[in-house]
Design a binder for this molecule. Structure first.
Ligand code: SAM
Length: 234
């Protein structure tokens, strides 16, 4: 269970309404049972349920069960796509170890707004489900050009280019030094030529191909992160 509180022995925590409802009514937990807690900083701790009511559950922190481990510094910059698809990307990308999700508007992006609260909640749920000890940062949606304007060149940007102009992703990743990384995926309509030209001018952007078929945007994001995880991940 993800909590905002600092975690140390004997701390008492009152869960919010949604978490209380989930534990009491969906999981049907009972006072005296233990749940696993994490906050992204202090590792995993056992929490003993103290009072269990429908809308209010309290627990007491016991002892640490896993230390906090370092996680990959891996951002996903994703052009917003329709609701079910971006929800899927947020969930699967969390499982595949991203440290931040950054929606970026491109020229052909159709979606005009992004529900970051919903995506953040999806990422919390996915982090709990896959037992990672942190939740990816939900970054404020912005235009692709603005995101790139302040870019730290120490973070290579692996740009999923459906035009076939890039090297196979595994080759490109093998040429990179270990360290911070970002993956950029386009919207349903792909990138336009001016965006490709802009990216080609940036020394930190690395165009890559995922093969000869044009994948759906959500498939491309998940496939690319799977390759990153397989080659570089821990
Ligand atoms: N029209 C389909 C859809 O609605 O999902 C295809 C979308 S595809 C143009 C979306 C993005 O996925 C592209 O901009 C690119 O970032 C990535 N992509 C898809 N196939 C790819 C491939 N073979 N190689 C590299 N990137 C790919």
């Amino acid at each position: 269970l993800f909590v905002a509180n600092d975690l140390s022995a004997d701390t008492l925590i009152g869960l919010d309404k949604d978490q209380s409802h989930y534990l009491a009514n969906v999981m049907r937990v009972k006072a005296g049972e233990d749940v696993a807690l994490f906050n992204g900083r202090d590792g995993e701790w056992r929490g003993r349920l103290d009072k269990v009511a429908k809308a209010s559950v309290t627990l007491q922190v016991q002892s640490q069960s896993r230390p906090q481990t370092p996680e990959p510094d891996l951002w996903l910059l994703a052009a917003p796509i329709k609701k079910d698809c971006i929800d899927l990307v947020a969930e699967k990308a969390t499982e595949l170890g991203i440290s931040a999700l950054w929606p970026v508007f491109t020229h052909r992006t159709v979606m005009s707004r992004v529900n970051t609260d919903r995506l953040a909640a999806n990422m919390v749920e996915a982090a709990e489900q896959c037992e990672r000890l942190s939740v990816p940062e939900m970054r404020e949606p912005t235009d692709l050009a603005k995101a790139l304007a302040g870019w730290d060149a120490a973070r290579p940007l692996v740009f999923l280019d459906e035009s076939g102009g890039g090297a196979p992703i595994n080759q490109a990743l093998n040429n990179l030094q270990p360290g911070p990384l970002a993956v950029l995926t386009g919207p349903e309509g792909g990138f336009d030529d001016s965006e490709r030209a802009m990216l080609a001018r940036l020394p930190f952007a690395v165009p890559v191909s995922l093969g000869p078929r044009i994948l759906r945007a959500e498939t491309a994001a998940i496939a690319a992160l799977s390759v990153v995880q397989a080659l570089l991940g821990d």
